[in-house]
Design a protein around this ligand. Structure first.
Ligand SMILES: Nc1ncnc2c1ncn2[C@@H]1O[C@H](COP(=O)(O)OP(=O)(O)OP(=O)(O)O)[C@@H](O)[C@H]1O
Length: 247
């Protein structure tokens, strides 16, 4: 394994149900994620993108294969240790923001540290708050923020503990294109300037165009990979899936 590797999926498989009702959501997907690399995961609906992300980030248990984060085999951990690893080594950004409504933006951002009993590192916290452009909104609660602002809070929360990897599941799915572009620009900046590893599931070729590479899933398998993607090339590749589906 190369020293820059921060996360590994080794033949990850997931079967839901048993016998005749069994559904193979993931049929053995292997991939490596390097420091500072921004990867988009794409594929038709039902191709296993969310299942892959959930198994990679320890939110779901694969039925075969393994995932490593920061050199730790997730299958070797007890539930309590897995919870701790997720809190300390993985930053999550979800389509629906998942902020706690009763906490202010600031309290939401530092929640991973509060839960771990740690104090925020002042210099890093300032960098993160400046990067997300929320310095004047920190005392607001989520309901008093726009969707784009809420997602920027979620990004700051994901970054605050300097995780090994940020996992973003359709982070722009609920945003208008301008707010979406801000989030994508932010994720790209985190990877390029701060060396943050980012993995993002998306349906949107424009969003994938911000990444350094795209992994394409189909029927639970990794079927293609594209380096230095552009929205146009990704769109072309996705059209080929559609053409195969109607054949
Ligand atoms: N809890 C579950 N029980 C049974 N089948 C499931 C479950 N979760 C997912 N699946 C099935 O596994 C397959 C992959 O689902 P998954 O949600 O990972 O795909 P996806 O690519 O993320 O789809 P989408 O783009 O629509 O969100 C689908 O056929 C889905 O119906």
């Amino acid at each position: 394994m190369d020293q820059r590797t921060v996360a590994v999926a080794d033949q990850l498989g997931k079967v839901y149900g048993t016998g005749q009702a069994a559904v193979t959501a993931l049929g053995g997907v292997s991939a490596q994620f390097r420091r500072g690399e921004f990867t988009a995961v794409m594929g038709p609906s039902g191709s296993g993108k969310s299942t892959f992300m959930h198994c990679l980030a320890g939110l779901d248990t694969p039925t075969s294969g393994r995932a490593w984060i920061g050199g730790v085999d997730l299958s070797s951990l007890t539930e309590a240790k897995l919870t701790r690893l997720r809190r300390e080594k993985i930053g999550f950004v979800f389509q629906s923001f998942n902020l706690l409504p009763t906490l202010t933006a600031w309290e939401n951002i530092v929640l991973p540290l509060s839960l771990a009993g740690k104090r925020p590192d002042q210099a890093w916290t300032k960098q993160v708050i400046d990067a997300v452009g929320l310095a004047d909104r920190l005392s607001h609660r989520p309901a008093e923020l726009s969707g784009g602002q809420q997602q920027r809070v979620a990004c700051a929360r994901a970054l605050i503990s300097r995780p090994e990897i940020i996992v973003a599941d359709e982070p722009t799915g609920n945003l208008d294109s301008r707010s979406g572009a801000q989030i994508l620009g932010l994720l790209q900046m985190c990877a390029r300037q701060w060396g943050q590893t980012v993995v993002m599931v998306t349906h949107d070729p424009i969003a994938a165009g911000y990444a350094d590479r795209v992994l394409f899933l189909a029927d639970g398998r990794l079927v293609d990979e594209m380096a230095q993607p552009t929205a146009d090339r990704v769109l072309d590749r996705m059209r080929r899936f559609d053409a195969q589906a109607v054949r």
